[in-house]
Design a protein around this ligand. Structure first.
Ligand code: 5GP
Ligand code: MG
Length: 179
């Protein structure tokens, strides 16, 4: 275990197993409507989750990325800024947003609004992690990997000052690391 990690919350094996379940569920749900979702990942945190999840969606899915920022250090800031927009049109496209974690909910709420405004036929969310206790806006992801307690986590895409995204598990960051 990395020295910055207090304890591991979700192991790599658990993530892979959960991605298999989510992949099947996503395929079944979209197939019912004769649709294939466009996966839109939010950089950079969604990259490892996107890579694992898409292997288990047995459909001809395409994927794109967007970059929005909402976090500085460990504190949430109000507005969401679009740093890198989508390169393709999402008009009449069913979009499945892929996110590392839903915390206050502001990011996915704002990005959903944005994509709906661009004409997406639907915008659903799949998040690896969910911290329901932290929610300040009324929004839920349609698909969630794991609900976790209100602790600052790193790994599997999640960073602290851009580090630790490459850890193959999700763990709690030791307090002394952000003192
Ligand atoms: P929200 O807009 O839902 O408050 O924030 C979502 C974003 O905040 C996530 O995409 C992630 O970048 C960041 N975030 C929220 N909680 C955590 C956490 O526990 N650890 C890390 N590394 N980032 C977090
Ligand atoms: Mg993020």
């Amino acid at each position: 275990m990395h020295d910055a990690v207090k304890n591991i919350l979700v192991t790599e094996e658990q993530i892979i197993e959960r991605c298999k379940e989510l992949g099947k569920q996503i395929k079944n749900d979209y197939e019912l409507n004769n649709e294939t979702p466009l996966l839109v990942g939010l950089l950079k945190g969604s990259v490892p989750f996107m890579a694992e999840l898409m292997k288990h969606i047995d459909m001809d899915v395409c994927f794109e990325f967007m970059d929005v920022s909402s976090y500085e250090g460990t504190e949430s800031i109000g507005d969401v800024k679009v740093n890198l927009d989508l390169r393709c049109s999402v008009k009449n496209v069913p979009v499945l947003l892929v996110e590392d974690i839903v915390d206050t909910g502001r990011t996915i709420k704002e990005v959903k609004r944005l994509l709906a405004h661009k004409g997406a036929s639907s915008v659903k969310v799949v998040a690896l992690l969910d911290k329901p206790d932290r929610r300040v806006v009324d929004i839920e992801a349609e698909y969630v990997g794991f609900e976790i307690p209100n602790e600052f986590v790193i790994g599997y895409g999640l960073d602290f000052n851009q580090k630790y995204r490459n850890l193959p598990y999700v763990g709690v960051l030791k307090e002394e690391y952000y003192m």
